[in-house]
Ligand binder design. Structure first.
Ligand code: PLP
Length: 401
């Protein structure tokens, strides 16, 4: 394997974002392939016993076993790292593997975690059910209330955990404020950046310590594989995350890593075009449905903050109609947009969170976090936006809107 200039940080640090997305992290085999090679191997062989001993002793940087290192996965990790502006990154099997690892690697019995109330269903399950089982205390707060973060701090608070924008309520967290409060109290901020990807928002620029991803979403961007990643400082990734990850094994398959690696090359183009389409669709719908939850529209309570933190509004927004029956009528009337709970895809997809992604919560918990019975969430894709608008128009009409 020949490391190219894409692995030399003294060179890649000077590259602009588009160059990092296409060339960051690339290694080449002796064949000089242009596209990154896919290493479907679980193990490695060695020329002699001294070499393998040196590798296991950490004195030689070569590969030893794919739960610990794999060249295709390493290319993905370096590329995400460069795009995020992080010191280090480790890829994971899925977004939830990333969230679980990012929390469990640093929390112990007796610690306390403060988390945003509005969150992806499985993220809330970690906070509400998994962490407490291991003696880790948790508090959920209204993440849009800046003072609530400081009020929730206890002497044993170790982690702040939140999404911005949140899935599916589109709550926006004030990154600079919340990360500064965390820093002032020696708390690690863990930001789930799935709705944006580094193409639209880089939380570390606002002081975040750890950024965790579902790479299944915008990074793959074509609805093919599950993938995740955790980014942080060298110290956090190498000393805190890696011992946990290497011994528990939430590894990404090399094939999935390769798919995401190729997805990153077009991430910025897709994220910006899908944001543009989402803004046009949102503008069309404003006034037509009772409530819009769209960070790109001035009607969003934190529109200005969102636009300060994000380069564009992102492809995903939600809206609320009268009730579940009306929401289901809209879904059933769609001809182009698919009924699907995935997001970040190049296809437009729409779902009813209360009966899908958040069906595992009690009605009271859904209510408290703002997941109304009449809420619909849409991922706006790369189709011609006029076709998407016509489909939405037809579906709203079918529901009497
Ligand atoms: C999808 C999603 C996840 C989980 O990611 P998977 O890749 O499906 O495991 C976590 N957080 C948010 C905000 C998500 O949208």
């Amino acid at each position: 394997m020949k490391k190219t200039t894409g692995t030399d940080r003294s060179i890649t640090r000077n590259w602009r974002p588009a160059t990092r997305a296409v060339r960051g992290g690339t290694w080449r085999s002796e064949h000089g392939e242009t596209s990154e090679a896919l290493f479907l191997t679980s193990g490695y062989t060695y020329d002699d016993a001294a070499t393998v001993a040196a590798r296991f002793a950490g004195e030689d940087s070569g590969m030893t076993y794919s739960r610990l290192q794999n060249p295709t996965v390493a290319m993905l990790e370096e590329r995400i790292c460069l795009m995020e502006g992080a010191e280090a990154c480790r890829a994971q099997a899925s977004g939830m593997a990333a969230m679980t690892a990012a929390l469990l690697c640093q929390l112990s019995a007796g610690d306390h975690c403060v988390a945003a109330r509005a969150a992806f269903g499985s993220c809330r399950w970690l906070v509400d059910h998994l962490l407490p089982r291991f003696g880790i205390e948790t508090t959920v707060i209204d993440s849009a209330d800046n003072d609530a973060w400081e009020r929730a701090i206890r002497p044993n608070t170790k982690v702040f955990f939140f999404e911005t924008p949140a899935n599916p309520t589109l709550d926006i967290v004030d990154l600079a404020h919340v990360c500064a409060v965390a820093k002032a109290h020696g708390i690690t901020s863990v930001v789930d950046n799935a709705f944006c990807s580094p193409a639209l928002q880089r939380p570390m620029e606002f002081g975040a310590d750890v950024v965790a991803y579902s790479a299944t979403k915008l990074m793959d961007g074509q609805g093919r594989v599950l993938a995740g990643a955790v980014c942080g400082s060298e110290a956090f990734i190498n000393d805190v995350l890696l011992p946990f990850q290497r011994n528990t094994g939430p590894n990404i398959a090399p094939f999935n890593a390769w798919v995401v690696l190729k997805g990153l090359e077009t991430l910025s183009l897709r994220a910006h075009k899908q944001s543009e389409n989402a803004l046009k669709l949102g503008q069309f719908m404003e006034g037509r449905v009772p409530t819009m939850l769209h960070p790109g529209l001035a009607s969003h309570p934190r529109h200005e903050l969102a636009m300060r933190q994000m380069d564009a509004c992102g492809p995903i927004f939600s809206f609320i109609v009268d009730d579940r029956a009306q929401a289901h009528t809209i879904l059933d009337a769609l001809e182009l947009v698919d009924i699907s709970n995935n997001i970040g895809d190049a296809r437009s997809l729409m779902c009813h969170p209360a009966s899908t992604t958040h069906a595992g919560m009690t009605a009271e918990d859904r209510d408290a976090m703002g997941v109304a019975e009449g809420m619909l969430r849409i991922n706006v894709g790369l189709e011609d936006v006029d076709d998407i608008i016509e489909d939405m128009d037809r579906a709203l009409q079918a529901a009497g809107l």
